[in-house]
Ligand binder design. Structure first.
Ligand SMILES: NC(=O)c1ccc[n+]([C@@H]2O[C@H](COP(=O)([O-])OP(=O)(O)OC[C@H]3O[C@@H](n4cnc5c(N)ncnc54)[C@H](OP(=O)(O)O)[C@@H]3O)[C@@H](O)[C@H]2O)c1
Length: 259
């Protein structure tokens, strides 16, 4: 049993790596930071005695992506794909170079789609497999912070649900994992210091352990769209019910971004 996890050098991806290793999987993990990947691999080898293969590279690099696609096409022992790699943007779309939103399209969407396209035929033949796409609650509603991040996650969630409608007949489980604010390095990279990463009203922060717990539990129950945390689920239900005109009035100009 092998689990292939993108963006496993830190945060949620590293926790997925630990969890699948604890469940008896060997791993293939990817990311750009070789030293971080080595650290995760060493920890897993020591704690769980599993084999960990590292593939270093940028998912926006077509050559690296092609190498991973080839690996997935030709490795029938890979039964789990976790498309987790992701990033936020420091600048708003209207003031950023177009290359940065492009990077989100490449990493969140193009890479995830190519990797799924590579592995699904084999999973279909074997009538078995699991695909987890790490999306976000940001995909459920517009925000003033950044239009590209939420829109790519909305795409990823809808894409995953649409795949579920067909792949469940082939024994393949797909999941769109939609975490809310999670303590990783993600927000610090965007300029939000750790001390500002605090609960605000219904907006709660959570840990990578709880996020991955929710994902693993949902694999058993077959839930396709997974929102970890009761308050996050409640907030998303409220957002869906609020008329858009009122929602816009509340959200206009509200941004987590430092301008
Ligand atoms: N933290 C949150 O509040 C939160 C909430 C909802 C959803 N998410 C989603 O959760 C996923 C994991 O994020 P995280 O919070 O765990 O943050 P993180 O610790 O920064 O992890 C992001 C991972 O993605 C990899 N990555 C980023 N850009 C890449 C690129 N161009 N090529 C290859 N790998 C790349 C990073 O590896 P390298 O830097 O080594 O390349 C890292 O392993 C992301 O998809 C994110 O959108 C996070």
């Amino acid at each position: 049993m092998v689990a292939f996890i993108t963006g496993a050098s830190s945060g949620i991806g590293a926790e997925f790596a630990r969890r699948f290793a604890a469940n008896g999987y060997d791993l293939i993990i990817t990311g750009r930071r070789k030293d971080f990947l080595n650290r995760v691999a060493d920890e897993i080898k020591t704690m769980y005695g599993r084999t960990v293969t590292i593939k270093t590279g940028d998912l926006a690099d077509p050559n690296h992506l092609a190498e991973l696609v080839d690996l997935l096409r030709n490795s029938p022992d890979i039964d789990v794909l976790v498309n987790n790699a992701g990033l936020g943007l420091k600048k708003h779309f209207i003031e950023d170079d177009i290359g940065n939103p492009d990077l989100l399209l490449d990493v969140h969407l193009r890479a995830a789609m190519h990797l799924m396209h590579a592995i699904i035929p084999g999973m279909t033949l074997r009538k078995h497999g699991t695909i987890i796409n790490v999306s976000s609650i940001a995909g459920f509603s517009p925000t003033a912070s950044d239009p590209t991040y939420g829109a790519t996650k909305a795409f990823l969630t809808l894409f995953t649900e649409s795949l579920h409608l067909v792949l469940h007949e082939h024994g393949i489980t797909v999941q769109a994992l939609c975490p809310g604010f999670t303590w990783t390095n993600f927000h610090e990279k965007l300029g939000m210091p750790k001390e500002e990463q605090k609960h605000r009203g219904i907006l709660r922060w959570t840990t990578v352990e709880k996020v991955v717990d929710a994902s693993m539990k949902a694999l058993q129950s077959g839930t396709v769209v997974v929102i970890p945390g009761f308050l996050n689920r409640l907030a998303m239900k409220i957002v869906a019910l609020v008329p858009r005109r009122i929602y816009y009035r509340i959200m206009k100009g509200k941004t987590l971004r430092r301008r």
